[in-house]
Design a protein around this ligand. Structure first.
Ligand SMILES: [Zn+2]
Length: 355
């Protein structure tokens, strides 16, 4: 069945951008710990601006900031009464900026798409309420997804991203709710464990099942950096027939610390979630990741928690695109110290930098 999402996938690699929660936390608009996106109601301009920055950097999908905007989480922070308003407003903001795509592309002189628009995605995530050994939790999870996504569908989304799923079982509930609304689904798992989902399925096998149940895109997001996520995604790409998504965190995870939660600073203090800065990948590392992911045949390439617009722009350019923010991409040769001809005075400066 054709949809704006399938058309976009047919046209080539889709570049996504996420990590709204981490970035808005750094900017002082979201509280680390609960990580509830109260910012959507309290500082909508901050959300609008970040969408716009990702858009200018080349993101083709504006993901509504409804991550953790579900009933249990809002109850935890005493804002259950704002549940509907928060979910609806998040989609409205994403739609509003997505429509700016044409204008932004012209401003930057980029080719842009013929229709000039970015896609809008609704968003749900793991609820922490699901327990495979307690069937009653299935109904609680389904009810939370149904209300969130019912509002998103009414406000108008092109597809829905269900992400950071720890359990295949919970992901299947999300998929069922999304399909019930007649929307395409992108369902991704959070690979926190070495090989298996929390309900015991090998990641690639869980993706195969999600694809068989009708997900348009399956894959992985969050927790792992490029180095430790790509081997898992290669296996998924081999096994599933549908489109595949990969959205790692831009942190230098490795064999010893395969997830960002396992990274520790020199003082052995856990870096997750607010001391990850020294592990951040450079824009060049993320550009390499984008190329590698495309070589593997991944269809939807993005970044999760920790992403900055500079990462997205570098990935877009690595994929051969000229995006609006490319207008301000580095021209280091114009730096006074790095010009072809450095004056004697500047050379003295350079000596003291490098010395
Ligand atoms: Zn994430």
């Amino acid at each position: 069945m054709s949809s704006p999402l399938t058309e976009r996938l047919r046209a080539g690699t889709v570049l996504g951008a996420e990590g709204y929660v981490f970035e808005l936390e750094r900017r002082g608009y979201i509280k680390a710990g609960p990580f509830v996106p109260e910012v959507v109601l309290d500082f909508p301009d901050a959300v609008r601006e970040l969408h716009r920055e990702f858009l200018r950097a080349g993101a083709e999908v504006m993901v509504a900031l409804t991550y953790y905007a579900h009933r249990d989480k809002l109850r935890d922070v005493g804002r259950e009464g704002d549940l509907e308003a928060m979910n609806r407003q998040a989609v409205r903001i994403a739609r509003e900026v997505a429509r700016e795509a044409g204008a932004v592309a012209r401003e930057g002189g980029a080719d842009g798409d013929a229709d000039g628009g970015a896609l809008v995605a609704g968003n749900v995530c793991n609820t922490w309420a699901y327990d495979p050994s307690d069937p009653s939790t299935r109904d609680a999870v389904r009810a939370m997804y149904a209300e969130q996504l019912g509002w998103a569908a009414e406000e108008g989304v092109d597809f829905v991203i269900s992400e950071t799923n720890d359990y295949l079982g919970e992901a299947l509930i999300a998929l069922e709710v999304i399909q019930g609304l007649g929307l395409p689904a992108m369902v991704t798992l959070a690979p926190t464990q070495p090989d298996l989902t929390r309900d015991g399925y090998e990641y690639a096998d869980a993706c195969r099942i999600l694809a068989a149940e009708g997900a348009a895109i399956v894959g992985l997001n969050c927790d792992r950096g490029p180095q430790t996520m790509l081997p898992l995604i290669a296996r998924i790409r081999e096994l599933v027939p549908c489109a595949v998504a990969v959205q790692p965190v831009p942190y230098r995870t490795n064999q010893t610390a395969p997830t960002m939660q396992a990274l520790h600073g020199p003082d052995e203090v856990r870096a997750f979630p607010v001391a990850l800065d020294p592990f951040t990948c450079t824009r060049f590392e993320m550009a390499q990741f984008a190329i590698r992911a495309r070589e593997l045949g991944v269809d939807y390439i993005g970044i999760c928690c920790g992403a900055g617009p500079h990462h997205i722009r570098a990935m877009a350019e690595a994929l051969g695109r000229d995006v609006p923010a490319s207008r301000y991409s580095p021209s280091i040769e114009l730096h006074p110290m790095f010009r072809a001809e450095v004056s004697a005075k500047d050379a003295a400066f350079l000596d003291s930098w490098t010395g």
